[in-house]
Design a protein around this ligand. Structure first.
Ligand SMILES: Cc1ncc(C[n+]2csc(CCOP(=O)(O)OP(=O)(O)O)c2C)c(N)n1
Ligand SMILES: [Mg+2]
Length: 493
């Protein structure tokens, strides 16, 4: 019963038209997100380093009072306890104003019945959706402000991303480079999130979010150079393919160990907060990453330090071959937000407009209220985990086909665009043909380029190469000279 009642309200509720937060950890735009989005659009036209007028200045950390009242999000609950209401908002029959525990973490009312909290809410957290599977606007849906220019740009990027994935995947299967993984099925999460962010926001990605880079202007040649690990690759071939990075585009390089990007994003968000910088950090991660300790550490730090970071979980059903049912017992990932005192939402990750509205609203809250937000985007990994995987071994083909054909986010968005009369089959045919040519051109130009030299393996970490690395280089060179016939001829010594 108490799970259905109010837990707490945002301490900014009275100021923000946005939020109602219920115990089932959803946030919903009050009547419509458009009011908020309109003000945000207007703010983006101001100088990037100036605070947008709609975003209140962030209180510098050194002015923050670290009393439990400020840190504890349950101030409302605390007041209720003091006034005889229990901390779940129920009118307390038992507790008088003196029957509570004045605990350092906040006041807690007593009850005299033995009661355990249920392991889960009786109802699953609902999923925010604006466009149904046929691209029709859902009943009572309130669409974000997306004009033709923006909508078509999003669609073009989604198609280009899908085309890049298809052709890069084939190039890898032909043996042109070592490894690849696709984002197919997750184009809406990639592109709609990117479109809703500002380029000043720092993105700490996992590996299935190249669409964010694409949106920010990373060229097809830059993608291809990284995958072919040629001498134009910024990482000089020292990362696996698809581990892209660009300091220019505020996208730190992807790292292979899962979930390590999450604490980094929190630390960077803390730095933004200290600098009063009106930007946020954004970290993308999979359902599998949420099973790592780093996820939990990052969530807790972010909530306690009250930093502007968006945790965008792509719950695509699998961590390689492990289905989510074998990963966690909770109601997905969204349910974990409240446990850490973090506002959270579950959204249809295959619905471009719902993703866009969610990230746009979450970004405003994160910056203006200096708080982390957890977003669980439900989607499905249509491709194999990577080129090292065969998903037919552990999942049903008809399930995969259903998501690929019926729930394709690109096709769904196209149906909506066509309904708006902003797109037509002829334009689609032309876009797909152009995209194909552009991707093939990037593959053809990146493939023949020389690889970075062997000596670059040992540079760029230390100012001058330390003796242990010098020793390792000598060992590698000795091995190469012993097995010269096995050494790849396109890697200069
Ligand atoms: C710390 C760590 N453990 C295990 C792995 C091996 N690994 C690579 S990807 C992956 C699955 C990640 O799944 P998820 O986070 O759901 O992302 P998805 O691939 O589904 O997008 C695993 C276990 C790793 N790279 N790092
Ligand atoms: Mg996954």
């Amino acid at each position: 019963m108490f799970l259905n009642s109010w837990l707490w309200r945002s301490r900014h509720l009275s100021r923000s038209p946005l939020l109602l937060l219920r115990s089932r950890s959803i946030f919903l735009a009050s009547s419509c997100t458009t009011e908020l989005l309109a003000s945000q659009n207007a703010s983006e036209h101001q100088h990037s380093r100036k605070l947008p007028s709609t975003v209140p200045r962030i209180r510098p950390w050194w002015n923050v009072s670290w009393s439990s009242g400020y840190r504890n999000p349950s101030m409302e609950a605390e007041k209720k306890v003091a006034s005889g209401e229990d901390s779940y908002g129920n009118e307390s029959k038992q507790a008088s104003s003196t029957e509570f525990l004045d605990f350092p973490g906040g006041k807690v009312s007593y009850i005299n019945e033995l009661q355990f909290l249920s392991e889960s809410s009786p109802v699953r957290v609902p999923c925010f959706q604006l466009l149904d599977e046929y691209g029709q606007v859902a009943e009572h849906a309130c669409l974000p402000e997306v004009d033709k220019l923006l909508a078509v740009k999003m669609y073009r990027n989604m198609v280009l991303l899908q085309t890049m994935d298809t052709l890069f995947y084939e190039a890898q299967r032909q043996g042109q480079f070592a490894f690849y993984l696709t984002t197919i099925g997750e184009e809406a999460i990639n592109i709609a999130s990117a479109a809703a962010l500002s380029n000043d926001d720092i993105v700490y990605a996992q590996y299935r979010e190249p669409g964010v880079l694409l949106w920010r202007g990373f060229s097809l040649n830059e993608f291809a150079n990284q995958c072919f690990t040629n001498n134009l690759d910024y990482g000089k071939g020292r990362q696996m393919p698809v581990h892209y990075g660009s300091s220019k585009l505020n996208y730190p390089t992807v790292s292979s160990p899962i979930a390590t990007q999450l604490p980094h994003a929190v630390g960077a968000a803390y730095a933004l907060k200290m600098e009063n910088n009106p930007a946020c950090t954004v970290t993308f991660f999979g359902d599998g990453a949420s099973s790592e300790g780093d996820f939990h550490a990052a969530m807790n730090f972010a909530a306690v330090l009250e930093v502007p970071v968006l945790f965008i979980c792509r719950n695509n059903g699998f961590a390689i071959s492990t289905p989510t049912a074998e990963q966690f017992k909770s109601d997905g990932v969204v349910a974990k937000g409240q446990a850490y005192g973090m506002r959270s939402i579950r959204v249809d990750g295959n619905d471009t407009l719902a993703m866009y509205a969610t990230i746009k609203a979450a970004r405003v809250m994160a910056i203006s209220e200096s708080r982390p937000i957890l977003i669980e985007a439900l989607t499905y990994r249509v491709g194999h985990h990577s080129t090292s995987d065969d998903s037919a071994k552990y999942r049903k083909q008809d399930e995969m086909q259903h998501w690929k054909m019926i729930r394709d986010p690109v096709f769904r968005f196209r149906r909506w665009l066509e309904g708006q009369r902003w797109w037509d089959p002829e334009a689609d045919k032309q876009l797909r043909s152009e995209s194909r040519k552009e991707v093939l051109a990037a593959i053809r130009s990146a493939g023949p380029l020389k690889k970075p030299s062997l000596s670059s393996l040992f540079t760029d970490v230390y100012d001058s190469v330390p003796s242990n690395l010098k020793h390792q280089e000598e060992e590698v060179r000795a091995t190469v000279s012993r097995h010269w016939s096995d050494y790849p001829s396109d890697v200069p010594l």
